[in-house]
Design a protein around this ligand. Sequence first.
Ligand code: CTP
Length: 404
Amino acid sequence: MLKGKKIVLGVTGGIAVYKAVDLVSRLRKKGVEVRVVMTEHAQQFVTPLTFKEISGNKVATSMWDSNQEYNVEHIALANWADAFLVAPATANILAKMANGIADDLLSTTLLAAQAPIVVCPAMNTGMYLNPITQENIAKLEAHGVTVMPPASGMLACGTSGPGRLPEPADIVNFMESFFAKREGDLLGLKVLVTAAGTREPIDPVRFVGNRSSGKMGYAVADEAAKRGAEVLLVTGPSALAIPANVKAVKVETTNEMLEACLAAYPDVDIVVKAAAVADYRPRDVADQKIKKKNDDAMVVVMDKNPDILKTLGQSKTHQVLIGFAAETQNLIENATEKVNKKNLDMIVANDVSAAGAGFNTDTNIVKFLYADGRLEALDIMPKTEVANRILDEALIIYNNRHSK
Ligand code: CTP
C-alpha cells in the first residue's frame, strides 16, 4: 500500500522529534518518498541535516530560502504529495491549522494542501486535554483531517497520560491502513459518475448552458478510482483533465448524457450524479447561425428534457443512487422532495449561492440527506474531501444492502 507513495512529513517542535527520524527511515523502507518540512522550533531538537540524510531529500525549513529547488516551495509541496503527515504535531500547529493561520512554511503548505492530511498530536497531557486543543482537533476532523490519537504513558515532562507520540512502527501501520481505506475499499465495484453541465444548442455557435465547472464530479471520479473502483465518467464539456484510471464518455446534451448513463446503468453498483443538467432544450436548432433581426426581443421556445436521475431511479434494482441538489433557497425542503421523487438513496444538497460552495470553487459546503429522512451537515471542506465522504456513505449503503 505504501510503495511509491509521496508523503510530505511536517515536523514540529516537540521532544518527540527524535522519533520522527525513525519514522522517516521506516517509511522509506516501505518504498515511500518522503520530503520533510521542519518548523523553526523542530530544528532546536534535531538538525535538518539529520532528516536530509535519512530522507534522501532536501529538507524545507523556510519560505525565504533562495537555495530551495522550487520557486514557490509551499505550493510545489502542496501539489506534490499523496498525503501530508504531521508528526509530532504540537498544540501550536493544530491551533494554527484549525484557524487557517499560515505564518511559516509548514502551516502555509498545509493550508495549500491538495491531498489528505494526517496529524499525530503529541504534547503534555494538560495541553492535549485542554478544551481549546480538543476543540481544534474536533474542528480539524470536521474539515476532513485525519487524527491519529496519541498514546498514553510517561511523558518527557514527568507526567503520565495521553499525549505521547505513538511509536513510529504504529504510525507506519496507521498510514498503511489510511491509504488502504482510501484506495482499496471500492475494489471490485463499478461507479458511474456524471459531471459538468450539459449544453443545449441553439444554432451552430450558440448554446444554453450553466456555470458548472465539473470540479465536484471529477473529484468523485478521481477519488473513486484511487480507492480501487472501476469508474465511468460521463461528462459534459469541462476544462478539467480526465483523472487517471477513469474511463470517460464526453457528451454535450442532456439526451446524450441520458443515453450514456442508461447504457452503463444495469452494470454499475454506485451512481453519483453530480452533473448540472439542462432541464430544457431549444425546440428548433438552427442549421445556420441565427442572424440579428430588427425586433428588440427574441423568443426561443424550449422543450422539457428528460430527468436522467428520475429515469434511473424508476428502474433502480441493486444500484446505490446518489444525486445532487443545487439550490439557492429552501435547501432542505427542495432536496428532500428530490430524494423522494427520484427514488434516491441519498442526495448531496448544496446552497450554490453560499461563499465557498457550488460552482467553480475548490471547496464545498454540503448536507447529506438520506431516503430515511436522516440529515448530516458537513463543514466547508475541499471538494476532494467531500468526494471521499460521499463515497464513504455510498459504500455503507452498498454494504448494508448486500449484507441482507
Ligand atoms: N438531474 C438529472 N436530469 C435532469 C435534471 C437534474 O439527472 N434533467 C439530476 C442532477 O444531476 C442532480 C439532481 O438531478 O443530481 C438534481 O438536480 P437539480 O438541478 O438540483 O434539480 P432539478 O431536478 O433539475 O430541479 P430544479 O431545477 O427544479 O431545482
